[in-house]
Design a protein around this ligand. Sequence first.
Ligand SMILES: [Fe+2]
Length: 287
Amino acid sequence: MNLERKKKAQQVGLLGRFMAKLPSSCPLLYPLYLAARLDTKEETYASSLWPREFDGFKIAYVSDIHYGSLLGEKRVRELADRVNALHADIVLLGGDYGEHSDGALEFFQLKPGFRANIAVLGSFGNHDRTLPEENVDRIARAMRQDGVIPVLNDAYMLQRNGKKIAFASTDDFYNGTPKLEKVARLCEKADFTIFFPHNPDILPETQKMPRGLFYQLAICGHTHGGQVAVCGKAIKSSSMYRNRYLSGWFREAGADILVSNGVGTSGLPVRLGARAQINVLTMKTKA
Ligand SMILES: [Fe+2]
């Protein structure tokens, strides 16, 4: 193992790897137990702006898997089975597939096989955008080989009876090169845009754009709900805005925002006050 790879492999830390070997099925080890549980949070999202042509459309959002020493191949396969059983129209993968970009590449090389009625779309997280820079193309290629469409400073459009919806994402806000103006332009003709960048910390940037917001709904991950949170506050926040986008629903500048707790863990295989989750939205047109 070369020095760079060795350094990366040590990112999780000895304590994390030791804890990952403890029995997570034992409720007495509650934070470990909780980290290994996964909720499916199903909700209805109703908006008068959502086109009637897409009434009943089902979106599954899966973020922050963090494949690696804390969450291995068996759990990845179980996760894919569980997501596929939802028969969603679109599956959005929210980024942070591994602990670093080599891990993200290995994740897609496993060919987890996420499936949807229409498309599986993938965003890039800060952990996916660690060096080397060339990994971004390698990951995108591996995604495509597994049937996932990478959405990197891009928008995926769907059209029914002349009505268009867009699913858009930038590159990662912390480690990538997000191109908000380009993404906004791509969404100009959409009747409804769902923006799904990995990190909600990019959202205040969109609020400063001269032509206003280009999306009606944002779906993000990154915060892990704090991973360990007490009374709705993260012990250690991964957001520059601390608890502003910790978990759940928010409304800012006329747009709705959903922040998922995500699936995996980073650093240590523990959760408290922030249950792991996949999110399912059934989109309804409000009369
Ligand atoms: Fe993450």
